[in-house]
Design a protein around this ligand. Sequence first.
Ligand code: C2O
Ligand code: CU
Length: 508
Amino acid sequence: GAGALAVPFGSISAKSASKLADADMPIPYRTLLTVPPILQPYAVGRAPDGAKVHYYSVTQKAGTARILPRLTTPILGYNGIFPGPTIDLLQGTRAVLKIRNQLPQTHPLHGHTLSTSTHLHGSASLPQFDGYASDVTPPGFAKNYEYPNFQSARTLWYHDHNVHNTSENAYSGLSAQFCMHDPAERELLPQNNFDVPLTLSDAMFAADGSLAYDDNSHSGLWGDVILVNGKPWPVMKVQRRVYRFRILNASISRSFRPTLSTGEGVHIVATDGGLMPKTQTVDSWRHAGAERYEILVDFSVYQPGQRVELRNLSNKNNIDYDFTDRIMAFDVTDEPVDTSDPTWKTIPQILASHEVMDLRPARDTRVRKFRVKRNDDVWVIGEDSWADIIASGYRRVCADPALGATEIWEFENSSGGWFHPIHIHLVDFQILSRNGRAPFSYEMGPKDVVYVGEGETVRLLMKFGPHRGKYMIHCHNLPHEDHDMMTQFSVGLKPGQVDLNDPMKAAP
Ligand code: C2O
Ligand code: CU
């Protein structure tokens, strides 16, 4: 079962409201959903070993977005758009992504230097291409990131990871989806127009339409306007067939519990790391920041003209004009359906095996335990904050598994009032248990973010590789991450061994 609805955060203050005039405030279901453009490679080549390589180029720059009915909103975006362009490719196609930082020297609202570090979340990248927080590219410079893309089909996303300012930078617009396909997934699930990215986020606005930021003393930002692909509570026209939605929660802090207004179930087919072993049909699911769930919704059971809402059962902001319990709507049309596409009416039940889901713990599998909590003004994972990592010259690590080792990591959240979506870079993991019991059905797939709710203890099973090096682990509530809920682990490094790929060239 879906289990109890844990309280996702402490009480939300009335400050979490936009300062917009009534006529500037968006109204749910008035704006059409849009889908970000697919980024085209500027060149295609071959690596020495024969693998295909896509060369992409993206410019980080200031831009404006049409979010509100009458006002424009300044943003910082990949190619100046919000959300950024989607990268879409086939497993085995390597990518070189040139990120040109053409942002202003300093953030127009927050004043920090607009250096950036780009992380492809869900990719097993080498350390120097992983968006290591302290490995930054200043305005006026560019960096090539290389992605191996050997992994199975999945929904990834790229976002800024600049040390101590990830939250403001991602909130200002520096995030986008990256969809990786493979033959198994192409066969089983809807494609093209019926394979739709839905990036959820929340925002709050100043009276002039600019983004307002208040992280409530580094607890979290709870915007009162819900965005999907950068549009407020949009509506999408759908045919009477099965659709696949790649739902990414790109919110800074907010978690959702999506559900359909019709009471119809949602078929979860993929988690962060790609296809689940089996489809799981649920009424709702908890969806924290950075988690990806791919779902199938069968609109063939509805009549033309019917409206199906995607609602949010998670906490409301408790302000007068409060629509944070809504996400978006689907309007069912009578447009003819191509029934020669076998996915139009199929909900496959058996999906794919991912090696992390086949791992089983042994009696001697090493267990490492981390408590997540607030120590005075900083959040910590185990013993560390990122300030401790910086103070150690990037040498300190919280764990040092051998290359290829399988381990169990346990995260315990016994501090009241908070939940933490914990993200481990490099690896996919299996959630073994939640409070000693089976995980929720919808999270029985490969994951790289785990929702650690208030009073919850989770156990994760993973195998470390395929690269050596030091990788981050952090809370994906971004104000937590920036203050300073992030540490690092090393894979396959002996104490004192300098990894050639280490962007900071620091031995553990
Ligand atoms: Cu999505 Cu370390 O991040
Ligand atoms: Cu946290």
